[in-house]
Design a protein around this ligand. Structure first.
Ligand code: 5AD
Ligand code: SF4
Length: 433
């Protein structure tokens, strides 16, 4: 009998991709379910990037206690970055957990699953020599939606002083271009029209001649693949070739997530970001020279240890100078084992208040960027029916959600749309005849 697998995914897009691949790795033995009470195996694919991640996992596990008591065969697994960071500690604190698997070992999931449920829990948080992607079950030939993620690079050697990634995901590794291209061709054959290349430090990709730009140009040669995106990038790895690709590679979409974290040189230094605010602003200028309509998105941390009101003012000034179309902002959260966690912390009230001011500014910019689309023509990749009859929803090249009355237009079609209105989180428009 085919068993049922419930996966709950936390955190970033790489985890979304990993969850998909884990489900595939288990092959035909499990089919997905979206109900934990229906499952034979529950997997939590966890994130460790901010606050109390481990505590959240423990309380989530607590909620499954009743299920496990009612169904002793139920297997419970913890995957992802909390699994990597906590390891056997998870089973010590929550003995009902059968399986713990780190992000670099999930190709061993089938073997761990077979062992799970025995007296001793199955734990694997190694950083194995072998390439997990090479050992993972191939994606089955099932049809896919129009958009897909594809992880091309993992890990990070940057060691920003606030970040756990270099510890949980390990050193930077790039997948060879041939395997990435083969996977992309396979996705396109199954209906995918837009691929987002993923990596913790994706623009440091070195699996192809010419780095990420070289890979993007090779992908652009795949017929049927219409759109390419990538995330997340570090400013220092934005090389000339990648900037140029934004100008002349038509399939590369004019949207770039380029986190800066802070606008203060003092804080950037303390964060070990290895660039100054001015260099980031010059980089943005060069990118916009290559692609004037580029929409930028960013990540910001407020209340990093040592951040003064003047440092925060520098962040606000940088945001004003750049003008972001989309942003993510966070209060600094000390992560055990990272250098900044040991430093003197900024008051929680101060962090709250700064975050509010920053988010107000970022929201204004986001609304302005959306409103500026009204009256313009964009192209929309349609992904799913909207709420109203005959309505379809999709994304513009700038990653704005767009709703259009488009009867007869199918998922996966790309059509020109004139934007007529801007609502709170999406745009409305009409098909251009
Ligand atoms: N505290 C707050 N935000 C963090 N980020 C990473 N680590 C921390 C932390 N310790 C944010 C950064 C990063 C994004 C993915 O999460 O802004 O770019
Ligand atoms: Fe973390 Fe990104 Fe810095 Fe790497 S570059 S340490 S993933 S914030």
């Amino acid at each position: 009998m085919v068993k049922k697998l419930y996966i709950k995914t936390y955190g970033c897009q790489m985890n979304v991709y990993d969850s998909e691949r884990m489900a595939e790795a288990l092959g035909d033995r499990y089919e997905p379910t979206d109900r934990p009470d229906d499952a034979d195996m529950i997997l939590l694919n966890t994130c460790h990037i901010r606050e109390k991640a481990a505590e959240k996992v423990y309380s989530e596990l607590g909620r499954f206690k009743g299920l496990k008591a009612a169904k002793p065969d139920l297997k419970i697994g913890v995957a992802g970055c909390v699994a990597q960071a906590e390891g056997a500690e998870i089973v010590r604190r929550q003995p009902m957990v059968d399986l713990v698997v780190g992000p670099q070992s999930y190709h061993r999931l089938p073997e761990l699953e077979a062992r799970a449920g025995a007296k001793t829990p199955a734990i694997d948080t190694d950083f194995p020599e072998e390439d997990k992607f090479a050992h993972l079950a191939r994606r089955p030939k099932a049809a896919r939606g129009p958009t897909a993620f594809l992880t091309v690079q993992e890990g990070c050697d940057k060691f920003c002083a606030f970040c756990v990634v270099p510890y949980t995901r390990g050193a930077e590794v790039s997948r060879p271009a041939e395997t990435v291209l083969a996977e992309a061709r396979d996705l396109v054959e199954r209906g995918v029209r837009e691929i987002t290349l993923l990596g913790q430090n994706v623009n440091a990709y070195h699996g192809h001649e010419g780095g990420l730009a070289g890979l993007i140009r090779a992908l652009a040669g795949i017929d049927g693949l219409a759109r390419i995106r990538f995330t997340t990038s570090h400013p220092n790895d934005m090389d000339e070739a990648l900037i140029a690709a934004h100008g002349d590679c038509e399939k590369l979409m004019p949207y770039l997530h380029l986190p800066v974290q802070s606008g203060s040189d003092r804080i950037l230094k303390a964060m070990n970001r290895k660039h100054r605010a001015e260099e980031y602003l010059r980089l943005v200028e060069r990118l916009r020279a290559a692609r004037p309509d580029l929409l930028l998105s960013g990540d910001f941390i407020v209340g990093f240890p040592g951040e003064t009101e003047a440092d925060f003012a520098d962040t606000m000034a940088l945001v004003e100078a750049v003008g972001y179309g989309q942003s993510y902002s966070f209060k600094y959260s000390p992560r055990p084992g990272t250098p900044a966690a040991e430093r003197e912390q900024v008051d929680e009230d101060v962090k709250d208040e700064r975050l509010q001011r920053l988010q107000a500014l970022l929201n204004r910019q986001q609304e302005a960027a959306q409103a500026a689309m009204v009256g313009r023509e964009v192209s929309v990749l349609f992904e799913k029916p909207g709420r109203l009859p005959g309505q379809m929803g999709g994304k513009s090249e700038y990653l704005h959600a767009v709703h259009v009355h488009a009867p007869g237009v199918a998922r996966g079609e790309i059509r020109r749309v004139r934007i007529t209105e801007s609502a709170s989180h999406s745009l409305g428009g009409v098909l251009v005849p």
